[in-house]
Design a protein around this ligand. Structure first.
Ligand SMILES: [Mg+2]
Length: 426
């Protein structure tokens, strides 16, 4: 199994950033509300409502999220209050998650402005996961117009704690070996899952930092907080038990899908997207040293009709080209030429053994492809993800995500779907 890598991606002052973006679109001459003392909240005139989000400058006045607007205005007399626009926020949230799904094999939306991405196995595609987090953060800012914090670690808890470090527009790591230095000195109230009342009670027990909590006898904590005591003790030690359990399910499927920025109406573009999806899925499978024997393609049409076709292979595979070729064949069978909103590639029946019957590929060809796949993985591992690029993506200016951002290439015709150095003859 490859080392688990989790990103927690959190939009900085989401409601304020998104409102700022909308205002800049509508009134470009007006100041960016992120750069003034401003908050998003209910109606100031009516003197009710609470602060939903605050600018960095407003934060310097001691304004906190969740406090009544009236108190915030007392702290900062020139405070500008803007009403929320939830319909627009949902659109921005969807664009954010869609972009993540183009890049990450598994995306779990956690709230309107937060998501976990399981990046395990993507090192061969994207290179060093910490450097790629920087690239991804910059891409989100460039394409979507708002900044995020990315926390990088080995489980969801630590990734989430990391994304809370200094803001905005930062990438932070919190690997297990960094816990004593980066997490233990923090006030215990900053630990995920420690609410106000638990914090107070911990203080009365003489526990003020996460490190002091980590050093407690768990039985002592259980006696005061029951099961919750054990949970926060594990968290203080960087252990995220729930997630570890769900991640280790052996016989899982591997899948990825992407919602398109504009409907796709031609097979060539659809197949480019299938290739990028097959690449992320294939890399995940190979990283787990697994093989899959069922491949399916999911489509959602512009009328929100969803359908899928699947095929069982005679022998399990982990080869990108075989996943891709099978996906293309399924696509040709199922597509009725209606505009497509979403395309997905899913695999199932994962095993950790390979059988040596060949279906789609001749044995000689199969071995060649298998060697080539591991060669590509290790070249990308060694020299970075730009070292090998599919021929069909070479003319694209956006090299950052290479094949991964194929979903953005809609309506762009390419001459060939050939691979850089592979002749996929059938
Ligand atoms: Mg946020």
């Amino acid at each position: 199994m490859a080392d688990t890598i989790i990103y927690h991606i959190d939009v900085n002052s989401a409601f304020l950033s998104w409102s700022a973006k909308k205002r800049l679109e509508e009134q470009p001459e007006e100041p960016d509300i992120r750069t003034i003392t401003s908050v998003i909240g209910g109606d100031k005139q009516k003197r009710h409502g609470i602060v939903l989000a605050k600018s960095t400058l407003a934060k310097r006045f001691g304004i906190v999220t969740g406090e009544p607007l009236i108190r915030a205005s007392e702290k900062c007399p020139n405070l500008q209050v803007f009403s929320p626009d939830f319909a627009y926020y949902v659109k921005q949230s969807n664009a954010f998650i869609t972009l993540l799904k183009e890049v990450a094999p598994t995306v779990e939306q956690y709230s309107i402005d937060e998501a976990f991405c399981d990046m395990t196995g993507t090192k061969s595609l994207y290179g060093n996961p910490v450097e790629f987090a920087h690239t991804l953060r910059e891409r989100i800012y460039r394409e979507l117009g708002f900044s995020v914090n990315i926390g990088v670690s080995v489980n969801k808890l630590l990734a989430k704690m990391a994304s809370e470090f200094q803001k905005p527009n930062r990438t932070h790591t919190l690997f297990p070996e960094e816990i004593p230095q980066k997490m233990w000195p923090l006030p215990v109230g900053e630990l995920f899952f420690v609410g106000r009342s638990t914090e107070k009670k911990l203080h009365t027990l003489g526990i003020h930092t996460i490190g002091e909590l980590a050093a407690c006898n768990p039985a002592f904590l259980t006696s005061h907080f029951r099961k919750h005591g054990e949970t926060i003790w594990n968290y203080a030690n960087g252990r995220d038990l729930d997630f570890a359990a769900s991640h280790d399910v052996a016989n899982k499927g591997y899948s990825n899908e992407t919602t398109l920025h504009a409907d796709v109406t031609d097979a060539e573009t659809a197949k480019m997207i299938l290739l990028s999806l097959a690449e992320t899925v294939g890399a995940r499978i190979r990283a787990d040293k697994a093989y899959v024997s069922v491949i399916s393609v999911n489509l959602v049409t512009c009328d929100f009709e969803r359908y899928s076709h699947q095929k069982s292979l005679y022998s399990a595979t982990n080869i990108t080209e075989e996943i891709y070729q099978t996906a293309c064949a399924l696509f040709d069978q199922m597509w009725k030429h209606e505009p497509i909103r979403l395309i997905g590639v899913a695999t199932s029946k994962a095993t950790f053994e390979q059988s040596y019957q060949y279906d789609l590929f001749q044995s000689e060809n199969y071995e060649k492809l298998s060697k080539l796949n591991s060669a590509l993985d290790s070249i990308r591992d060694k020299y970075g993800s730009n070292a090998v690029t599919r021929a069909c993506f070479l003319d694209e200016k956006n090299k950052i995500s290479k094949g991964m951002s194929a979903a953005k290439f809609e309506h762009k015709k390419t001459d060939k779907n050939n691979f850089t150095s592979i002749d996929v003859s059938q």
